[in-house]
Ligand binder design. Structure first.
Ligand code: CA
Length: 371
């Protein structure tokens, strides 16, 4: 009746006879391998490089926490060694590093790769675009992730959302911005589409890694700079080299970070480790926003109350004009690149829909709270 009857009986006899499996898994003295039943699964080591300084608050902590979580969830089977910007490669070389398989993962922001594929910009933040909450909705329930995967597919790179800074700040300036004309000739660190918008307004946008900003502002090689928000800007000491701290961060209303994974390395993982990588990234994605929401408040208090920073709001007319330029710039770029057009159209449809709901939800509540 039972085909495996004799085998089961043999196993039962072995157990009853008190046979113990070989101790350890390194094999016995004669060099024979130990029992496969007791051997540990292989440990896989990955290298992850970031676009941020090692352990930098918020941005730099996300990959560290991700690595710890993956280690714990996999019971040590997948070890991810995290390297800050410049340790293995420069901040803006990490995409190529992953694409070429020099490293298995990176933690960065997609608008840095606009020169490779302009559609990438929609997966970090675009001027006057979606907030953190809206971005997460679009990516995970509105079709955004599938488009992001499509945009990175030609590079052999798999993206995962890697945290959100929430609404950023407008940046550090040494002269006031009263009208749009005040941007003329202003050399300002502003990456991505925001930089392109300011260029149309007459500014000279530059991109540089965060750790270069303090020196560049101090020596006057740039006049103004945006970085992230109170937590990160305080960490770099930008308040010591600029006078005015402007809000809101019209250019980055909810900046989504990214985990980049080499496709071949990911596909070589067993299914359970693949799931652990995805679930850990999703947890860290939310964790970053929670941390910024809390720690930006503390950091802003330090900047304003202890450090005497002058907080300024961009005039409404300046924001209105920047928004008009933004729409033109995005339309023009989308017209030159079919994939960017496809992503922008999808982004736009989702944004218009979510905006209608948020008008009677978040926006209505915020207005009431200001009274
Ligand atoms: Ca920024």
């Amino acid at each position: 009746m039972y085909r495996f009857g004799p085998l089961l009986l043999t196993l039962l006899l072995v157990v009853l006879s008190g046979c113990k499996p070989p101790a350890g898994n390194a094999g016995n003295a004669s060099g024979e391998p130990g029992s496969t039943l007791s051997s540990s699964p292989p440990v896989i080591e990955w290298r992850l490089a970031t676009s941020w300084p090692k352990n930098f608050p918020g941005l730099g902590m996300a990959p560290e926490r991700f690595a710890r979580l993956v280690d714990d969830m996999s019971n040590g089977r997948l070890k991810i060694l995290v390297h800050g910007a410049g340790e293995l490669m420069p901040a803006f070389a990490v995409f190529d590093g992953v694409s070429q398989g020099k490293i298995q993962m990176a933690h960065a922001a997609s608008y840095y790769w606009k020169g490779k594929t302009p559609a990438a910009q929609f997966f970090s933040s675009i001027p006057f675009g979606m907030t953190a909450q809206e971005m997460n909705g679009w990516l995970h329930y509105g079709g955004g992730m599938a488009l992001w995967e499509e945009v990175y597919r030609p590079f052999g790179v798999i993206p995962l959302a890697g945290g959100n800074t929430g609404m950023q700040m407008g940046g550090w300036f040494n002269k006031p911005i009263n009208t749009i004309a005040d941007f003329k000739g202003l050399k300002i660190r502003m990456p991505g589409l925001g930089g392109e918008v300011l260029k149309r307004a007459g500014a000279v946008p530059v991109n540089m890694a965060g750790r270069e900003l303090y020196g560049a502002l101090q020596t006057g090689s740039i006049d103004a700079a945006e970085w992230v928000g109170p937590l990160n800007d305080l960490a770099f000491g930008l308040h010591k080299v600029a006078k005015y701290y402007y809000y809101p961060g019209w250019h980055e209303p909810g900046s989504n970070m990214e985990f980049l994974i080499n496709k071949a390395a990911f596909e070589a993982l067993p299914k359970d480790l693949q799931a652990i990588v995805k679930v850990a990234a999703r947890a860290i994605n939310q964790d970053m926003l929670d941390e910024y929401t809390t720690r930006n408040v503390t950091a802003l208090n330090i900047l304003v109350k202890d450090e005497g920073v002058e907080l300024r709001e961009f005039p409404a007319q300046v924001l209105t004009e920047l928004e008009q330029i933004s729409l033109r710039v995005i339309e023009e770029q989308a017209n030159q690149d079919p994939l960017m057009r496809k992503v922008y159209d999808a982004y736009h449809v989702y944004e218009q829909g979510v905006r209608q709901y948020h008008k009677i939800a978040e926006d209505a509540y915020s207005q009431q709270r200001q009274q």
